[in-house]
Ligand binder design. Sequence first.
Ligand SMILES: [Zn+2]
Length: 162
Amino acid sequence: MSTTQRSESMNSFFDGYVNSKTTLKQFVEQYDNALKDKIEKESKADFNSFNTTIACISRFGFESQFQKAFTNEKFKEIQTEISSLMYCNAFFERNDGLNSIFWVIESKRVYDRNKDIKFKVFFNEKDFEIQCAGCLFEFKGILCRHILCVLQLTGKTESVPS
Ligand SMILES: [Zn+2]
C-alpha cells in the first residue's frame, strides 16, 4: 500500500514495524509483532489502573465508592465533577408526585466572564432515582456536579445505588 492509501490509524499502528521496503513475508511477521505489542501495552494500562489508587479529594462516601468501582481514567472524570461542586448551589423548588424538583445554579466561565447556568434535577428519594437535564450520566456514565450537588443538599452523600 502506498502512504496515501493508508489511513492515519493504520499509519500509527504500523509505525516502527514496516517501511516501504518491507516484503510481504516480513509484513505478515511484523503485523503479528505489532499486534502482540499492542495487546501487551493495553494489559499494562489495565494493570496500572488496578494497582495504582488515586487519592480521594473529598470526604463524601460516594467518592470512595467511585474510587473502587471505576478505572482511574473514569475516576478522574468524576473527580472533576466533585471539585466543581464549589461552583454549584442547589435549591429545592417543589414536589411533583414522587419527585422532588431542584434547581442547581452553576457559575461557569464563559469568555472570561462568570455566567450562572441553571440545571433542573429530579430526585425520587424513595427509589433513589435522580436525573439531571444536562444528561451527563446518559452520555458518559458518570454522575454530574448538579446531581452530586443535590445529593449534598439532601444529605445523601454516603453512597449511591450501584
Ligand atoms: Zn447535570
